[in-house]
Design a protein around this ligand. Structure first.
Ligand SMILES: *[C@@H]1O[C@H](CO)[C@@H](O)[C@H](O)[C@H]1NC(C)=O
Ligand SMILES: *[C@@H]1O[C@H](CO)[C@@H](O)[C@H](O)[C@H]1NC(C)=O
Ligand SMILES: *[C@@H]1O[C@H](CO)[C@@H](O)[C@H](O)[C@H]1NC(C)=O
Ligand SMILES: *[C@@H]1O[C@H](CO)[C@@H](O)[C@H](O)[C@H]1NC(C)=O
Ligand SMILES: *[C@@H]1O[C@H](CO)[C@@H](O)[C@H](O)[C@H]1NC(C)=O
Ligand SMILES: *[C@@H]1O[C@H](CO)[C@@H](O)[C@H](O)[C@H]1NC(C)=O
Ligand SMILES: *[C@@H]1O[C@H](CO)[C@@H](O)[C@H](O)[C@H]1NC(C)=O
Length: 535
């Protein structure tokens, strides 16, 4: 008995050691994550605080805190997200009565060595990360390197209030506005912002600045035990600054390189960081699912261009909304179109990022309207989109559980007409459509599925059962313009519990897939005009 207990104790301490050791995620772990993005000031008030209104037009602090975020982790986890991207945490400039408002969003750094006291204390932030880890969740922190903020534009003089960056001539590029975005030198060395709030461009060529930043990020990540970083305005800093910074951070880094050209942004992933946000796909989705009469070929082109340009598309950060762009829902009201747009980012390879409020049906347009206070929704877990995200994350979890290669499989388009795309990412097949919720029911013949004959499939959106024919094909029914997402019934986990497998998994290949298919070839027969990459 005694020795058994000791063994158990030894096992437990090893288990908890390895638990903390795996917190920082490597590429492989990152691929399985599902990220929920918040603006800390707008996500949750501390529960002991009285509720208050928040007029986004005022652009002022509304009162959200790290404590409030910690208290609402279960709301996030309830949808199946395991990672929370929090907005920047460092002290920002204290401006009031400015045309551009206050620094509630966190992107107006003053001192990188101090915390933004509006969001809480050091203990609060550590407690948020700690509680997240105990729930099996991860925290991604947003960091700004490119600039600090000032209301002084051309007359800016750094002083001790800017912490380590207190020598103007050494720590900053001399003043000039970025005007020509095609001139990369200017993009990297001139300033963003305007005369209300100028973003003083940090001299990231200076060796003491470089070493200050590398030491800072290393300490920041270790002090708070962050699991990943999101890096702001990446293209405004020389590209060869990033590898050492990311390696000093020692965790997964996803960069914001705001550009729709895959060749331009792929260079950053290839050379500098684990991941970048998938702006090419974002623009394609935003335009293709904004209308019921557009072709979906733009989405296909973006996916193919990405495959050619990126060293690893399975690490890209996929999104349909964020804090910088009008919410997708601000210009698309049809729920079916909204759901299909989301189904694309879950259906293709990459890591899904969902912006807070989407699950509550928020419709804010351009910044600042897209930064609504979530407490005004009452955190209603009964909302249709809350349930939809829960389903999408459950599909993802079931697929990851079913297939050890799901995370590294690239998606292939196995069928396409003007308004439907059939996306295969083994073992999942997703049909997305932009025909809209008023569309009549239609049937689509799905071939080149990779499934063996007589495989039982479930469309886990409508909870409809299918069985493949002797060629592994089946005819899918598309209703109300909704996406249809198919998993082998034996692998759908808890989804659609009213459907059960009748034959069990008798296939040798447990995924119900043929061991090998010359897939690229089959796909190119379907879509001769599109160049497919070999796996
Ligand atoms: C910000 O400035 C206002 C006055 O302009 C002052 O009352 C307030 O205490 C300052 N806040 C911080 C955090 O320094
Ligand atoms: C000024 O910056 C240097 C490093 O660049 C730092 O060592 C020093 O502490 C800073 N001074 C203040 C008052 O923050
Ligand atoms: C690019 O911008 C830099 C900095 O503003 C400027 O010196 C240079 O002349 C510009 N180059 C071109 C080709 O316009
Ligand atoms: C990125 O790397 C891949 C190979 O891993 C290469 O095919 C692609 O051309 C590179 N893209 C850029 C923009 O450097
Ligand atoms: C597409 O977006 C525009 C504005 O961006 C909007 O006016 C239009 O209604 C949208 N179409 C649909 C079908 O939502
Ligand atoms: C399973 O239940 C869902 C509702 O949850 C329903 O839409 C669907 O038709 C049901 N499927 C079958 C095969 O009974
Ligand atoms: C994961 O897969 C195993 C079979 O490999 C199955 O028994 C289990 O129920 C699955 N779990 C989930 C959550 O789907």
């Amino acid at each position: 008995m005694y020795s058994k207990l000791r063994l158990l104790a030894a096992f437990l301490s090893v288990a908890s050691l390895s638990l903390s050791a795996v917190q920082a995620f490597d590429d492989n772990a990152a691929r399985s994550k599902s990220v929920y993005q918040i603006v800390t000031d707008r996500f949750a008030l501390t529960s002991t605080t009285e509720s208050r209104t928040c007029n986004t037009d005022d652009k002022v602090y509304c009162g959200g805190t790290w404590k409030g975020t910690e208290e609402k982790l279960d709301y996030i986890r309830g949808m199946g997200f395991d990672t929370v991207w929090i907005s920047p945490i460092v002290q920002n400039i204290n401006v009031t009565n400015n045309k551009l408002g206050e620094a509630y969003h966190g992107y107006w750094t003053q001192d990188i060595n101090e915390l933004n006291s509006h969001f809480g204390t050091e203990a609060d932030l550590k407690s948020l990360v700690d509680t997240a880890h105990k729930k099996g969740m991860y925290i991604m922190v947003d960091v700004v390197v490119n600039h600090v903020a000032t209301t002084q534009a051309g007359n800016f003089a750094a002083d001790s209030t800017y912490g380590p960056f207190n020598v103007t001539s050494r720590d900053f590029h001399s003043f000039c506005w970025v005007k020509d975005y095609t001139n990369q030198t200017q993009v990297e060395t001139c300033w963003l912002g305007d005369e209300n709030v100028a973003l003083a461009d940090v001299n990231t060529e200076d060796t003491s600045v470089v070493s200050t930043y590398n030491t800072w990020i290393k300490n920041l990540v270790s002090t708070y035990a962050f699991d990943a970083i999101r890096i702001d305005t990446v293209k405004h800093v020389r590209q060869n600054f990033w590898p050492d910074f990311v390696s000093a951070a020692g965790v997964h880094a996803v960069g914001e390189v705001l550009d729709g050209d895959p060749a331009y942004i792929a260079a950053y992933q290839n050379k500098s960081m684990n991941s970048v946000f998938n702006y090419p796909l974002y623009y394609a989705i935003d335009s293709s699912f904004n209308s019921t009469d557009k072709s979906l070929s733009e989405v296909v082109s973006a996916l193919n261009a990405n495959k050619q340009q990126f060293r690893d598309t399975t690490l890209l950060g996929n999104f349909v909304s964020n804090h910088d762009n009008p919410r997708f829902e601000s210009h698309v009201s049809d729920t079916a179109l909204r759901k299909n747009a989301v189904a694309v980012i879950y259906g293709v390879e990459g890591i899904p990022y969902v912006y807070y409020g989407q699950e509550q049906g928020y419709t804010g347009g351009a910044d600042p309207a897209n930064r609504e206070a979530l407490w005004l929704s009452g955190y209603d877990e009964g909302k249709d989109m809350y349930t939809y995200f829960t389903t999408m994350n459950a599909i993802r979890s079931a697929a990851i559980n079913a297939s050890s290669t799901y995370n590294t499989n690239q998606a292939t388009i196995i069928g396409q007409d003007d308004h439907n795309l059939v996306i295969r990412k083994d073992p999942v097949i997703s049909i997305v459509t932009n025909r809209g919720s008023k569309a009549a029911t239609s049937s689509l013949s799905i071939t080149n599925t990779g499934f063996t004959s007589a495989t039982e499939l479930t469309d886990v959106i409508s909870c409809t059962a299918y069985t493949t024919d002797n060629k592994g094909a089946f005819t899918a029914s598309i209703k109300s313009g909704l996406p249809a997402i198919f998993l082998p019934t034996s692998q759908k986990g808890t989804l659609c519990s009213n459907i059960t497998a009748t034959t069990g998994s008798s296939n040798k290949n447990s995924a119900g897939f043929r061991a090998t298919t010359s897939f690229a070839l089959l796909a190119s027969l379907v879509l001769p005009a599109v160049a497919f990459m070999a796996f």
